[in-house]
Design a protein around this ligand. Structure first.
Ligand code: ATP
Ligand code: MG
Length: 413
């Protein structure tokens, strides 16, 4: 079965409302193994809506619309479907009854234009909407199944879960397939370099492989389709193993695992603790680590040593080191890391210092220059980076790189 989604509403085109309904419908269809190759968004305009419906009907067996079922003049969806399919709209007595009780319960008289909502396709039926006044509508014609859903998410979601999903499962019968995805999350390798390593596997049709870059990380998604979840996972497994071999330590986690979660888990597994000294990241690293529930087992604390004096007094960075090399330098990052490790009695200490920008850069120390030091029982080392982007990018990437430095030190230990 191939589906298309048409989201209706001028507010969606204007960017005033984010189209969360299509995302919800997309996830729902994927879970059922129904192919979705396109979605459209159309304003509240009947002619354009008819056109979009006809186009969708050319390609898909199942057309889902969201929005435009209400009582007002700009609610045109059912009228447009009726026109596209040469179908009549008639009043549904059960829907009229539902409307009258809905208004009676609220003790307000029902405006007459509300009857528009009670119209159904003559050869179709309406779908109950316990959360609102506008029922959904179903039409099956010319080998196409059209289902019109209400716009407000609090009405659409229960209608999808309680009515649409059971209906589609019944339709699919033996054809039912599940889609199962596995995301491999990598760090320290660019998206194209990652793709190069798995180039010959990309042609795989089941599972399919897709890559995406995400905030300094590269992700790889394997999606398998099979009659059951277990079979889909069995398709994913050998491919996942092969890819993991090729990408090695770049893979830090799967699915929804965040980098900080991976780091906290690794610290816990190795029985190690960490403390941080942050200059240009201003506490962002400590913030991200403490995002993880249970991080108190492994995170001892941090110092936001923005000024030189704080670096000296709170971390014991020698004044002459600061004078000789400047605050943004490898020796200072290393001294900060050592200071954090010693002051907090941690196994690992991290020190970050850099030029986040947009001002403050010099030819020797341009905007984006960052040094990240890491102190362990084996000694201290640091890395120098030149990071692109805005102030927020430089700070965000510094945090990601620091987390990865911790992770790799633990893997090597
Ligand atoms: P109503 O009876 O409330 O008029 P309706 O079915 O006619 O419902 P619309 O008028 O199209 O739906 O939209 C009502 C509200 O629902 C919008 O103002 C918006 O807040 C929300 N909405 C509509 N479409 C979407 C969508 N695709 N994603 C998220 N929210 C949406
Ligand atoms: Mg409306």
């Amino acid at each position: 079965m191939v589906a298309e989604i048409i989201a209706v509403g001028t507010e969606l085109l204007l960017g005033q409302t984010v189209d969360t309904n299509s995302a919800y419908l997309g996830k729902t269809l994927a879970a059922l193994g129904i192919d979705l190759f396109r979605r459209a968004t159309v304003g509240d305009n009947e002619a354009r809506l008819v056109h979009a419906i006809l186009e969708a009907a050319d390609r898909a067996d199942l057309i889902l619309t969201s929005g435009g079922l209400g009582p007002t003049q700009d609610d045109l969806t059912k009228a447009a479907v009726a026109r596209a399919f040469d179908e009549e709209l008639v009043l549904d007595p059960a829907a009229v009854e539902h409307l009258r009780t809905f208004f009676e319960r609220r003790g307000v008289p029902m405006p007459e234009n509300n009857l528009r909502q009670a119209m159904v396709f003559r050869t179709g039926r309406s779908l109950p909407n316990p959360m609102g006044t506008a029922p959904g509508a179903l039409l099956e014609k010319n080998g196409r199944l059209v289902i019109c859903l209400p716009g407000p998410p609090r009405e659409l979601i229960p209608m999808v879960d309680n009515t649409l999903v059971p209906l589609l499962i019944e339709r699919l019968g033996g054809e039912r397939q599940v889609l199962r995805s596995r995301v491999l999350r990598t760090i320290g390798i660019g998206e194209s370099a990652m793709e190069e390593r798995v180039q010959d596997l990309l042609a795989s049709a089941n599972p399919t492989i897709g890559t995406l870059a995400h905030l300094g990380e590269s992700h790889l998604r394997l999606t398998a389709k099979a009659p059951t979840e277990a079979e889909a996972l069995a398709l994913i497994e050998p491919l996942e193993r092969e890819i993991r071999t090729r990408l090695g330590a770049h893979v830090y986690g799967i699915d929804d695992t965040t980098l900080e979660q991976a780091v906290v888990e690794l610290l816990r597994a190795r029985g190690r603790t960490v403390a941080v000294a942050e200059s240009c990241t201003g506490g962002l690293l400590g913030g991200r680590i403490t995002n993880v529930a249970g991080s108190s087992d492994v995170f001892l604390g941090g110092v936001i040593s923005y000024s030189n004096r704080a670096k000296e007094e709170l971390l014991g960075v020698p004044g002459d080191l600061l004078a000789r090399h400047g605050a943004v330098s490898a020796p200072v990052a290393e001294a900060m890391a050592r200071g954090a490790r010693e002051r907090f009695h941690a196994d690992l200490g991290v020190g970050i210092t850099g030029v986040a920008g947009p001002g403050g850069g010099t030819p020797e120390k341009p905007v984006g220059r960052v040094h990240i030091g890491l102190a362990t029982a084996r000694g201290v080392e640091s890395r120098q980076y030149d990071l692109p982007g805005t102030r927020a990018d430089v700070r965000g990437r510094s945090v990601v790189l620091a987390l990865d430095q911790i992770r790799r030190a633990l893997l090597d230990a």
